[in-house]
Ligand binder design. Structure first.
Ligand code: AMP
Ligand code: ZN
Length: 469
């Protein structure tokens, strides 16, 4: 039985989808005004693991992810600058070009991290009508009010508002730190539709029954999730920062429009934090420098080393990023691939996954996606020399359906020169050493190292190996 932690109940519970055998999954997608940082990518890796585990358990998964390309404001509290306009100004492009560029960049990141694409991608700008329709429904049901700034959701009309966050509303009212928009009735109220400023044309704006403007951020996910997955959802995911505001507001909108419970499971990935760079350790796109997958590959890391790093920690534990930890993940990845390659050589048709290791792995995966434990089952099967190599390889391939390292497809980089040539160079070097021409001998060794071949002098003679990246 698959057991998953549910943020609503704060418990690990047996998972059961609404429709037997099929799971409707919605995950909040990227805001495409900049590259995703590796913190964002941690959340997407977690969602990918979830999806793979669901499939591994035999469920068919229908996965929808949105692309936030409407220019929302930099703070969750409906204030600050428009993110898309910020990106466009920074790069001297149109907001539409910015959205295309960063969505492409995001899909490239996904591919490099082996994240399976959603079945449906939906862009906020292509679903303005659906969002307006949802606001209209909320208006009809009596949950909205209009002020100078826009149409707002009145959270006081909903007795269980904030149930996901286990929010204490009286406390929130009393100690309201949240900056208030003029006319907003409660600190937790949020914009459903924002009006364009009277004296200025926004780069992105649309007509609506209430006036020209743009949708609030939270409405897009609710509108598109309902459109593509129907009125009842099995699982909705995101990072933990979305619990208090974004997801609480999504629930309020969807349930007040539909008139019933909307989503059964809410799952959230804990944050990736930077080792003591600033006091909060929080990585943020608006505060300058942040790490992207490109920065990791430019520094010589395999993108999948980052996947390995993420899988080494449980998704509900904070993960502290350090370059040392990434080094460790990279060498673990190399080891996994090389050992699998050795086993592959002995793999033949008819080899079977080894049940006791599969059981261990399955148990770990089904226990709220415990990837550190699942990985250790993979390491144990690699090490078990008492079992037939072919069966060990078959076991690893089965596990890799969840781990997603692509061990079956992996091939070592081809050598830049042939093995015969390497052998010739080694002989020339041995000859040079015999003649005490150490300069030539060293030159040959350095030239080979330059193209990734390391020499080692052993009592049996000089051997070569591929230098580790
Ligand atoms: P955003 O583009 O800001 O909506 O973020 C995309 C996803 O990344 C959301 O699900 C966030 O909750 C998540 N996220 C943001 N920062 C981090 C972080 N440091 N670690 C893990 N997930 C994060
Ligand atoms: Zn969302």
């Amino acid at each position: 039985m698959l057991r998953l932690y549910n943020t609503v109940t704060r418990k690990v519970e047996p998972f059961e989808p609404i429709e037997p055998g099929a799971v409707r999954l919605y995950t909040c997608g990227p805001t495409v005004y900049n590259y995703a940082h590796i913190g964002n990518l941690r959340t997407y890796v977690f969602e990918d693991v979830l999806k793979r585990v669901l499939r591994f358990c035999g469920y068919e998964v229908r996965h929808v992810m949105n692309v936030t390309d409407v220019g929302h404001l930099v703070s969750d509290a409906d204030e600050g600058e428009d993110k898309m306009a910020l990106g466009a100004r920074r790069e001297g492009k149109t907001v539409w070009e910015i959205a295309e560029y960063y969505w492409d960049a995001f899909r490239r990141d996904m591919e490099r991290l082996h994240l399976i694409e959603p079945d449906v991608w939906c862009r906020a700008t292509e679903h303005i009508e659906d969002q307006i329709e949802l606001v209209r429904k909320l208006e009809e049901n009596g949950y909205t009010y209009t002020i100078d700034d826009g149409v707002y959701f009145d959270t006081s009309k909903l007795p269980d508002y904030g149930k996901l966050a286990h929010m204490d509303l009286s406390q929130l009212q009393a100690g309201a730190r949240v900056a208030m928009v003029e006319g907003k009735r409660n600190p937790t109220d949020f914009a459903l539709w924002k009006f364009s400023p009277a004296d200025q044309q926004r780069l992105m704006e649309w007509d609506s029954p209430w006036g020209v403007g743009f949708p609030g951020w939270h409405i897009e996910c609710a509108a598109m999730a309902i459109k593509y997955l129907g009125e009842r959802l099995d699982i909705h995911c995101g990072g933990v920062d979305h619990v208090n505001v974004h997801h609480s507001n999504e629930i309020a909108q969807a349930e007040c429009a539909l008139g019933h419970k909307w989503c059964n499971w809410w799952m959230h990935a804990e944050f990736l934090v930077m080792a003591a760079e600033d006091a909060s350790g929080k990585m943020s796109k608006s505060s300058g420098e942040f790490l992207t997958l490109d920065k990791l590959t430019e520094a010589g890391y395999d993108p999948l080393a980052y996947r390995m790093l993420c899988l080494g920690a449980h998704y509900r534990q904070q993960l502290t990023f350090t370059w040392e930890a990434l080094d460790g993940a990279q060498s673990a990845l190399q080891r996994l691939r090389r050992e699998a390659l050795d086993l592959r050589a002995e793999h033949a048709a008819g080899d079977e996954p080894i049940e006791r290791y599969m059981d261990e792995f399955r148990e770990a995966a089904k226990d709220d996606l415990n990837m550190p434990r699942a990985l250790s089952a993979a390491w144990r099967v690699l090490r078990d020399e008492t079992a037939p190599a072919g069966d060990r390889y078959a076991t690893l391939l089965e596990m890799d359906k969840v781990l997603g390292f692509g061990v079956e497809q992996w091939r070592p980089e081809p050598l830049p020169i042939s093995e015969d040539e390497i052998q010739q160079r080694i002989e020339q070097r041995t000859e040079a050493r015999k003649n005490k021409d150490f300069a030539t001998a060293d030159l040959i060794r350095d030239e080979l190292l330059e193209i990734g071949i390391a020499l080692e002098d052993t009592p049996e003679g000089t051997v070569w190996r591929k230098a580790e990246a």
